[in-house]
Ligand binder design. Structure first.
Ligand code: SF4
Length: 135
């Protein structure tokens, strides 16, 4: 039997509450609030208590999907990212940079959000950047 607990940060919002995730034979158990965490001090909201559930969910997307005329088709990350880049460049060239908008997320790290707004501004030339916390 392989058992350990991993100190980590709740992935659901920017508050960043601390929790331990028990791992038994490679499977996640229910979070345990970290009592010594300076922000959450042993508390989690309802989203934090269920932070482990999506990992083993059968509904979880594990491969990129491309929308076609007849629904969604599984594809590789390389093909999906190539398609995104191609379509974004087409839209920018046809309708101008401000035809694009980039939404960042509280589920990302600060560094990832920084890179996303840099991509929007420096590469695609738009200041249309927003964040899920405002939605
Ligand atoms: S436990 Fe709730 S408040 Fe804390 S980070 Fe997770 S979602 Fe945010």
């Amino acid at each position: 039997m392989d058992y350990r607990t991993v100190l980590t940060t709740c992935p659901y919002c920017g508050s960043g509450c601390g929790m331990y995730l028990p791992v038994l034979n490679g499977k996640l158990g229910e979070p345990i609030p970290a009592k010594t965490h300076p922000l959450s001090q042993g508390r989690l909201c309802i989203k934090g208590w269920s932070a482990h559930e999506h990992v083993a969910s059968h509904d979880r997307l594990t491969k990129p999907l491309v929308k076609t005329g007849s629904g969604f088709k599984e594809t590789t990350w390389d093909e999906a990212l190539d398609l995104v880049v191609t379509r974004l460049l087409e839209l920018r060239d046809r309708h101008g940079p401000d035809s694009l908008a980039f939404l960042v997320s509280a589920k990302c790290t600060n560094e990832e959000n920084y890179l996303q707004q840099k991509l929007a501004r420096a590469v695609f030339g738009t200041n249309n950047v927003d964040h899920c916390a405002r939605l």
